[in-house]
Design a protein around this ligand. Structure first.
Ligand SMILES: [Zn+2]
Length: 244
């Protein structure tokens, strides 16, 4: 059964040590051939609250980051103050502020901005401001040669972000930098280059065979990988980053 569930837990703010209650994703089905995945490689979640629950926001100091960066506390959620009532996509804005204050890499804030865009879409809000933030930080991250990781895949993502912003020339420039190291099907990259060339700035849904190829759905190992993808953490920039 494809059921997403949230549960209440208590966590400790890493900045001010306050214990507060927040929602955590308790269950999220793995990506499958039938999932709704767009060409920017994100899965559409059924409710913006699910994506927002990937972040924790302290009600005292507003420190906001991936919930996996917070220690869990055994305190019962009903005994602790609640996380502040911040709109789902706005949490990603707080996370960008926290990331900047903490001096994280542009790639980390870019991934937060991408999730802000996806969350805004899940809230039926316009996403252009988020795309602008994501494109700036992705460009800054790709201009920095000091990290290793799947740079080719990030070039693809930036190409797609620029296409969605209507910057078709920039999109094609980054799509053309995608090589085999991206481990993305050539059919997908070629298709998105074509979309940019014909001036399509709309989101594109991936067909099942492309989803299968992108997420390597056939082996058990890959399914585990996809489970990990569902739970982003605070990664240093030299480990594979969370996209979905
Ligand atoms: Zn705090």
């Amino acid at each position: 059964m494809k059921i997403y569930t949230l549960r209440r837990i208590c966590v400790v703010c890493p900045e001010c040590d306050l214990i507060f209650a927040t929602s955590q994703v308790a269950r999220m089905p793995a990506v499958s051939r039938d999932s709704k995945v767009e060409a920017d490689l994100h899965r559409i979640l059924p409710d913006s609250a699910v994506r927002a629950a990937l972040l924790g926001t302290c009600p005292e100091c507003f420190f906001t980051w991936w919930l996996s960066a917070f220690d869990q506390s055994p305190v019962l959620p009903q005994m602790a103050p609640d996380a502040p009532p911040v709109a789902d996509s706005k949490k990603f804005g707080h996370a960008i502020l926290t990331g900047r204050k903490s001096g994280v890499h542009a790639l980390d804030t870019a991934v937060v901005a991408l999730n802000g865009y996806w969350c805004a879409r899940e809230e039926f809000q316009p996403g252009i401001k988020w795309l602008e933030l994501a494109s700036k930080d992705l460009e800054a991250a790709l201009a920095d040669d000091s990290w290793w990781g799947n740079r080719s895949r990030y070039s693809y993502i930036l190409g797609e972000v620029l296409r969605l912003m209507g910057n078709f020339h920039g999109a094609v420039r980054y799509f053309n930098q995608v090589d085999r190291k991206s481990v993305l099907p050539k059919e997908l990259v070629d298709h998105q280059i074509y979309q940019a060339k014909v001036g399509n700035d709309k989101p594109v849904l991936l067909p099942p065979h492309i989803i299968e190829a992108v997420f390597k759905l056939k082996s058990a190992e890959s399914i585990q990988e996809n489970t990990a993808i569902n739970h982003p953490g605070l990664h240093p920039v030299n480990v594979p980053q969370v996209i979905v």
